[in-house]
Design a protein around this ligand. Structure first.
Ligand SMILES: CC(=O)[C@@H](O)[C@H](O)COP(=O)(O)O
Ligand SMILES: NCC(=O)COP(=O)(O)O
Length: 241
C-alpha cells in the first residue's frame, strides 16, 4: 500500500483568485482527511500564488484532530520558508530546488553541487523531529549521497514518468524509476514520488511496493472537475490500496 498525500496548492490558487476565503483550504483538507487520505501537502512558494505560509500553520492545527495523518510542507529552503517550517514543525518537509519564479517544479536536487548548503538545513529540520525528503530526479547513482547528507527519504520527480505513460518506451522509463527507488531503499532511504501523477498512471508506479507515499494535486483537482472531489480521492485510495 502507498500513502496518499493530497496537495492542495490548486485549491489555494482558486481561493486566491477572488480574494475571498472560498474555497476554504482548511475545509477541503478536513474533507480530504475524512475521506481517508493519509496526509495533506502544500508547497508555499515565495509569491504565495496558491498555498500560503499561513496555510501551513492552519493545517498544523487541523492535523491535530487527525491522529496518524501527516502534514507535508514542500518548498525551497530560503530563510522565510525555513522560519515557517521550523515554527510549524510539519511531520515532513520536502526540499525542492525551485527558483522563485518557476511556473512549477521541474528538476531535482544536484546534491553534489548543493550539499554544503543542504547539510545544515537538513540538520536543523531533523533536530526539530521533522522528516526530511529531497526532491530528486530518478538517478540511482545519487541516492547514496542523498542519504549521506542526512535525508530520511527522497521524492522521485515523476514528470518524465507521467509523460511516458502509455507510449513507446514506457517500460524502460518505469524500470528507471524502479531502479532509482531500489537504490534509495538500498541506501537506507524511504521513497516518495510526485508531480503529474494521475488516476491512470499512479498504479503502475506504486504496485511494485517501493513507493511509501505519493503526493498528488494538479491532476487530482482536474479529475475532480469531472468526477467530484470525494469520488476522486476514493478512486486514488483504491488504486493505492
Ligand atoms: C514538488 C512538486 O513537484 C510539486 O509538489 C509542486 O509543488 C507543484 O507545484 P505547483 O502546484 O506550484 O505546480
Ligand atoms: N510533490 C508532488 C506534489 O505535491 C503534487 O504534484 P502535482 O500532483 O500537483 O503535479
Amino acid at each position: 500500500m502507498t500513502h496518499l498525500s493530497v496537495n492542495l496548492n490548486k485549491i489555494g490558487l482558486l481561493r486566491n483568485s477572488r480574494g475571498r476565503d472560498y474555497p476554504n483550504l482548511i475545509d477541503m483538507a478536513e474533507r480530504t482527511l475524512e475521506l481517508g487520505a493519509f496526509g495533506i501537502t502544500i508547497h508555499p512558494r515565495p509569491d504565495q500564488r496558491h498555498a500560503t505560509y499561513q496555510d501551513a500553520y492552519d493545517l498544523k492545527t487541523l492535523l491535530k484532530r487527525f491522529p496518524g495523518a501527516e502534514l507535508n510542507v514542500e518548498g525551497f529552503p530560503d530563510a522565510q520558508f525555513l522560519d515557517v517550517v521550523l515554527e510549524v514543525e510539519p511531520d515532513q518537509c520536502t526540499l525542492v530546488p525551485d527558483d522563485p519564479n518557476q511556473l512549477t517544479s521541474d528538476h531535482g536536487w544536484n546534491i553534489a553541487r548543493d550539499q554544503d548548503a543542504l547539510r545544515p538545513v537538513i540538520a536543523k529540520l531533523k533536530a526539530k523531529g521533522i522528516r526530511v525528503v529531497l526532491f530528486m530526479d530518478p538517478e540511482a547513482e545519487n541516492m547514496a549521497l542523498a542519504k549521506e547528507v542526512g535525508a530520511d527519504r527522497v521524492e522521485l520527480y515523476t514528470e518524465a514518468y507521467a509523460n511516458s505513460f502509455g507510449k513507446d518506451g514506457f517500460t524502460e522509463v518505469l524500470e528507471t524509476y524502479q531502479h532509482a527507488a531500489q537504490a534509495a531503499l538500498d541506501a537506507g532511504l524511504e521513497v516518495n514520488a510526485g508531480h503529474d501523477l494521475d488516476l491512470n498512471n499512479v498504479q503502475a508506479l506504486c504496485e511494485q511496493g517501493r513507493i511509501m507515499e505519493v503526493s498528488i494535486g494538479h491532476a487530482l483537482t482536474v479529475e475532480a472537475l469531472d468526477l467530484g472531489w470525494n469520488n476522486v480521492v476514493k478512486a486514488y485510495l483504491e488504486k493505492l490500496a
